[in-house]
Design a protein. Structure first.
Length: 67
């Protein structure tokens, strides 16, 4: 949050709900671009209302892995 004025949108990587209050705040300010969770089949229930901006890293494995 120290850098809040220096960015347009943020990407948060979390699956356990530790950043739920930050996600909620940034959503309210239209500053959250994406919520990345390690596994889109298993994540904190606190994030269930953010599925519209959520992406699972597990589904991106083929695009991200080194070949």
């Amino acid at each position: 949050m120290i850098e809040y004025g220096h960015f347009n949108q943020a990407i948060i990587v979390s699956g356990d709900g530790d950043f739920h209050c930050l996600v909620k705040y940034l959503m309210g300010k239209n500053k959250l671009a994406k919520l990345l969770v390690p596994n889109d089949c298993k994540f904190s229930s606190l994030y269930k209302n953010y599925r519209s901006i959520m992406a699972g890293i597990n589904k991106l494995k083929e695009k991200l892995e080194l070949r």
